[in-house]
Design a protein around this ligand. Structure first.
Ligand code: IPM
Ligand code: MG
Length: 356
């Protein structure tokens, strides 16, 4: 039976990079016989311009009915002043919520090829291999908020952070299971010295970890974790944290490997899952054909691995990206003298050549 992939390119470079990833999937399909089919739907500012909503119902329905979703990126200055509930970002937040995508996986791997692009010294970053497990449908992102109210004669706004025990348990369980397939270490990140939600988080994961005696659990405050990621990233295996802390730490961790243009992600739910690069829509370079397609191509590899159980096909994509970099091809975000300069198309073609 055909496997349905909902392709949601979104805005800016989203269109270019999802096109590259679909080319790669088509080639892989020819070799591994996965019988993939594709349905394209709009989201973000593009959808807002088309029909007044950043996340049309039809896009939600198609995503829900899919075996997996390949997502590009949303956002752009053009929509900076639309009302908050119609901002392009609502597309990705709405998909996460509507589809119950409660786990966000962000792998950070720094090979010796990428280490020289890191803002940190190569000996500090080479060999870094972290899986960030970010809670994705709770916390301050989805709590009550007030855009503006008058309180004691002054204007204020507020956002509410809340977490329940079952919410913390399910993301913690996911992190523990993930660690069992890796190096058996989980670092839980919170701000338990200040926040009540963090204290509940810490109590809950500590209790749950009793059921995983083979996994070592430690706890870092988020400020210290941010520092440790720069000082000694190799100490981490799995990092599990809340929606907001995970958002911030994953951008920091992504540049350990030099370019955010290389970092894929998976947002996993009970029914279907969504795969997207962690970078944004980069309006400044949109339409120029120079975006790095690797993060999206590697997201497609995660799609094959986590949604379709096609590990060999996923390995083939990851290997092709590694080999293309080893051959010296670089998009402008990674280009340095002595290397071969690639635009989006050339990079994609070179990766396609290495797929077997
Ligand atoms: C991310 C992004 C989103 C987030 C934005 C686009 C809403 O930064 O996926 O990390 O904050 O979660
Ligand atoms: Mg982010």
């Amino acid at each position: 039976m055909s496997k349905k992939i909902a392709v949601i390119p979104g805005d800016g470079i989203g269109k270019e990079i999802t096109a590259s990833a679909v080319e790669v999937l088509k080639k892989i399909d020819g070799i591994y016989h996965l019988d993939l089919s594709y349905e394209y739907r709009p989201a973000g500012g593009t959808a807002y311009d088309l029909c007044g909503s950043p996340l049309p119902q039809d896009t939600i329905d198609t995503a829900k009915a899919s075996d997996a979703i390949l997502f590009g990126a949303v956002g752009g200055n053009k929509w900076d002043n639309v009302e908050p509930s119609k901002r392009p970002e609502q597309a990705v937040l709405g998909l996460r919520k509507n589809l119950g995508l409660y786990v966000n996986l962000r792998p950070v791997k720094v090979s010796s090829v990428l280490a020289e692009y890191s803002p940190l010294k190569p000996d500090i970053v080479t060999g870094t291999d972290i899986m960030i497990v970010r809670e994705l449908v709770g916390g301050i992102y989805f709590g009550d908020r007030c855009e503006s109210e008058i309180h004691n004669g002054v204007e204020r706004a507020w956002d509410l952070e809340n977490y329940s025990v079952p919410e913390v348990e399910r993301i913690s369980r996911f992190a523990m299971e993930a660690a069992r397939k890796r190096r058996h270490k989980v670092t839980s990140v919170d701000k338990a010295n200040v926040l009540a939600t963090s204290r509940l988080w810490r109590r809950t994961i500590t209790k749950l970890a009793e059921g995983y005696p083979d996994v070592a659990l430690n706890h870092f405050y988020v400020d210290n974790c941010a520092m440790q990621l720069a000082l000694n990233p190799k100490q981490f295996d799995v990092i599990v944290t809340s929606n907001l802390f995970g958002d911030i730490l994953s951008d920091e961790a992504a540049v350990l490997g030099g370019s955010i243009g290389m970092m894929p992600s998976a947002s996993i739910g009970e029914m279907t899952s969504l795969y997207e690069p962690i970078h944004g829509s980069a309006p400044d370079i949109a339409g120029k054909g120079i975006a790095n397609p690797c993060a999206t191509i590697l997201s497609a590899a995660m799609l094959l691995r986590y949604s379709l159980d096609a590990d060999a096909a996923a390995d083939a994509i990851e290997r092709a990206v590694d080999e293309t970099l080893a051959d010296g091809w670089r998009t402008p975000d990674l280009y340095k003298e002595g290397f071969k300069k690639a635009n989006t198309d050339t990079m994609t073609e070179e990766i396609l050549k290495h797929i077997r």
